[in-house]
Design a protein around this ligand. Structure first.
Ligand SMILES: [Zn+2]
Ligand SMILES: [Zn+2]
Length: 446
């Protein structure tokens, strides 16, 4: 930033360096003396004070400038807005303030034709990315453009924010984008190698975590770029051995997040996190098996997941899942109220692998009573207080107890065997297929 600040006058120079360092008093003094300074820019890059404040995260100065009714979308030499610079440098408070002041998220720079969303994804600032997406969701952009179209917006060379995040090894951004409806199979025009998908670019960047995310959201390992290469070949070429092992079309397929299911798309945040965590754990088990015996020892399980395995099988007073008998029930099916663990819930939902070509997907039913699943919620942890205070709830401890006994007895021993044959994900992964061998035995039963 600093380099572009050659001085036209000492005042200008003084103002810009005060903005850069966050010297509020000096900035105020300069503007008092000469209010027109507000509209001056640096000589070469034509950065305004607003650009400089945004790029340097000087929130107080930014607030001062915006109060004086400066256009939040003022452009520099490269047609970059202050919002783009704030997103590039990860200055989240500035991003938020600019968005609140109505900064336009649909501006394109003249360097690569990129938007603020591209900047946030490229530089890996997931908080900024999230803030921009939330604004897009609730603003006119969603109405006039469509939210999904905004998430998949392309730069001058056909790259979506997901392409950039995958190429730059930004797994958190990859996750947020996929979760917001970014298309995992979109191919670029000219960015990277023509026809590259996000998976090709992740293979090139060599990020195992990005590849894991993309695969779990249904990215296709067999899709070819314009020169006919699948992502596996790209990973090999760039000597990312572990990535190549996962991308090898002959290695086990991962479980894919069942996004087309209605009740999955309507999950509340808490239940969603539980299930996503279960999905990633299942896929990590699968990775271990793929990488076992190869030259690539498994990188220590993702550090970003805080305590993923810590509290799963603890709490002896909680109810054990009646399907696997290994995990605690954490998910409740509504409206019937049956409970199971996140892993088994996921196995149930991933039974039908989402396939874009088959429009109609048979939604799974409750494995205990076969009723339609209206909603999945996080099961309430039972505490001794429940007995007295649970009256208003449609799921009192009394009915829960009877439900539990029903889980064990009434369902008939034959289908129950099928259920327990699913076992835990660890075992399923161990078979190397990543698929649930016993699934048809019970799901297809009348
Ligand atoms: Zn279970
Ligand atoms: Zn049920």
């Amino acid at each position: 930033m600093g380099q572009g600040l050659s001085c036209r006058s000492s005042h200008e120079h003084g103002l810009f360096s005060a903005v850069q360092t966050g010297d509020l008093e000096t900035v105020e003094a300069f503007l008092e003396r000469d209010p027109t300074l507000l509209h001056h820019t640096t000589v070469y890059d034509r950065q305004s004070a607003l650009h400089i404040a945004s790029a340097n995260g000087q929130i107080e100065i930014l607030s001062l400038l915006l109060e004086r009714s400066v256009n939040p979308d003022v452009l520099n030499r490269h047609k970059q807005t202050p919002l783009m610079l704030a997103a590039m440098h990860g200055k989240i408070s500035c991003v938020r303030m600019l968005l609140e002041m109505g900064a336009n998220i649909l501006m394109f720079d003249s360097l690569n034709g990129r938007t603020c969303l591209h900047y946030a994804a490229y530089y890996g600032h997931s908080d900024c990315l999230q803030a921009i997406l939330s604004t897009a969701h609730s603003s006119h952009v969603a109405v006039s453009w469509g939210f999904a179209r905004f998430v998949n917006i392309r730069d001058g060379r056909g790259a979506t924010p997901l392409h950039l995040a995958a190429r730059q090894r930004r797994p958190e951004c990859v996750h947020i984008l996929l979760d917001s409806g970014a298309l995992p199979c979109a191919s670029t025009g000219g960015y990277g190698c023509p026809g590259s998908t996000p998976l090709h670019l992740a293979a090139r960047g060599g990020s195992l975590e990005c590849i894991r995310e993309l695969l779990a959201w249904g990215a296709d390992r067999l899709q070819r770029d314009a020169s006919g290469r699948i992502p596996y070949v790209v990973a090999l070429k760039h000597k990312h051995g572990a990535c190549a092992a996962l991308l090898n079309p002959s290695s086990a397929e991962p479980l894919v997040w069942p996004s087309p299911l209605k009740f999955i798309s309507e999950l509340n945040q808490e239940a969603k996190e539980l299930l996503e965590q279960a999905l990633m754990e299942a896929n990590r088990e699968r990775e271990k098996n793929i990488l076992k015996g190869t030259a690539y020892s498994l990188p220590s399980p993702s550090h970003s997941d805080s305590g993923a395995d810590d509290n799963v099988s603890e709490g002896s007073d909680s109810e054990l899942c009646c399907i696997c008998f290994e995990q605690v029930c954490t998910i409740e099916v509504q409206n019937c109220g049956h409970q199971m663990c996140a892993q088994c819930t996921l196995a149930l939902c991933c039974h039908n692998k989402p396939n874009p070509t088959t429009a109609c997907l048979t939604p799974p039913v409750c494995p205990f009573c076969r009723s339609t699943i209206a909603r999945l919620v996080v099961a309430k942890i039972k505490s001794y207080n429940d007995i007295d205070h649970d009256n208003g709830d449609n799921c009192s401890s009394k009915t829960r107890k009877s439900r539990r006994s029903r889980n064990f007895s009434n369902e008939g021993s034959s289908s129950f065997k099928g259920l327990s044959a699913m076992g835990s994900f660890g075992k399923i992964g161990g078979r190397g297929s990543g698929r649930i061998a016993a699934e048809n035995e019970w799901v297809d039963k009348p």
